[in-house]
Write a protein of this length. Structure first.
Length: 408
């Protein structure tokens, strides 16, 4: 029996029409697909809903310990995907067992202490400031000039960064996540920023997330806290920015949501939930490593193999979505926040939802006649195998004066 031909997890087709690519992968290979990453590095992409539930629900067989990977000897130091697949990285992503549970509790407590009214206030403040910069113009790219700037500004304030650090963090995060030639430089800038912030808060604690992490009785090192800050910033900013962008894209191009552009708030939540099912920002996640030889979805996986979590593929699995055209409504059984003990912490999910929903609502309040400035089929996506977001979303609207800090 010949081995199946692996699929390259890149290229314009996956960037432009991932739903079609996942369908073709599933038709040819089933629920577990052999894939090749940059440099022809082999991995398995799990597209089946049940199989993904199995992988994320068994942290022993499918471990988060990246040191198990059987490909490390083939990975060069400048591999562009290295920032997304950590090696000897002491962050919560690659910690297992009791230590992981302690770290998850530390992060959850630090985030859970955020005042929800304060969070909403920050989101509104920064949203208004960003819209003030574009509203007199009558046109804008709401990705580059709004969605890509809002989440990190809110997170920077919550974590304890000065507001002026936001733009540099945005650039570094984008470079790291896109997985191209600037990825490692972006990771370096991010880690340096985290190191400086932690050192400052060790000397002078404040009422912020970093100070609470440092004060946690579990006694994590400064490096561990820096690594976890990188994880929280990357996981909290870019997917949230893409959640805003993808939701606005849906609302501007789908007639079902047209009424929401004229003040209907319920449709904002509906569009956001549909995006998590049909166009989720976190498409694929790396990953899990097989701790011993096993079977999954009819495939023989070897100890040390890398397993990628195909979140979007699982969300659209026809075995659980028998009517793919049916509206998702209030169904939250998607994989967009992961599953199992390594899923996105609930306080972090709530923070992302508040930032994204506030960002969309404030934009629609301030620019109620917003409309797409180009044909929908001219829009393009960023070239990332992990996250799905628009490179730009040009819009037009009636010019309005800036608020300049006045009450809306």
């Amino acid at each position: 029996m010949t081995a199946p031909t692996p699929v390259h997890l890149s290229g314009p087709a996956l960037q432009g029409e991932p739903a079609r690519v996942y369908r073709e992968m599933r038709r040819e290979h089933g629920s577990v697909v052999p894939v090749l990453l940059d440099g022809d590095v082999p991995a398995w992409l799990v597209l089946g809903y049940r199989e993904l539930h199995q992988v994320t629900g068994d942290p022993v067989l499918f471990s988060r310990d990246s040191e198990l990977w059987n490909q490390w000897e083939n990975i060069p130091d400048d591999w562009p995907l290295l920032p997304m697949i950590g090696h000897k990285q002491p962050s919560i992503l690659y910690t297992v067992g009791e230590r992981h549970r302690e770290r998850a509790a530390m992060l959850g407590n630090a985030l859970d202490a955020i005042d929800p009214y304060e969070l909403r206030g920050y989101a509104e403040k920064f949203a208004d400031e960003l819209i003030d910069g574009i509203c007199p113009q009558g046109s804008a790219d709401v990705i580059a000039e709004y969605a890509m700037l809002l989440p990190v500004r809110v997170l920077a304030r919550l974590f304890g960064f000065p507001d002026e650090a936001g733009p540099g963090l945005v650039t570094a995060l984008n470079d790291m996540i896109d997985g191209r030639e600037k990825a490692i430089a972006g990771q370096t800038h991010l880690f340096t920023s985290m190191t400086e912030l932690v050192a400052a808060r060790q000397q002078e604690p404040a009422e912020d997330v970093v100070s609470r992490m440092i004060a946690d009785p579990s006694g994590f090192t400064a490096e561990e806290i820096c690594q976890d800050l990188m994880v929280m910033t990357a996981a909290g900013h870019q997917p949230t920015a893409d959640w805003i962008g993808n939701s606005l894209h849906l609302m501007l191009t789908d007639s079902r949501f047209a009424a929401s552009l004229f003040g209907g708030r319920n449709s904002v939540a509906e569009a956001m939930n549909e995006v998590l099912w049909e166009d989720t920002p976190s498409q694929n996640i790396a990953g899990r490593w097989v701790s011993r030889d096993t079977q999954l979805g009819g495939r023989r996986l070897r100890a040390g193999d890398l397993v990628l979590l195909g979140l979007q593929g699982a969300n659209s699995d026809p075995q659980v979505r028998t009517d793919g055209s049916a509206l998702t409504g209030g169904n939250n059984a998607h994989f967009s926040f992961g599953h199992g003990e390594h899923r996105c912490p609930f306080p972090a999910q709530e923070i992302a939802e508040v930032i994204a929903r506030t960002g969309i609502e404030v934009l629609l309040d301030r620019l109620p006649d917003i409309d797409l400035a180009v044909p929908a089929d001219k829009l393009t996506r960023r070239p990332s195998p992990w996250l799905r977001g628009l490179t730009e979303l040009p819009v037009t609207f009636t010019p309005t004066p800036a608020l300049g800090g006045t009450q809306r």
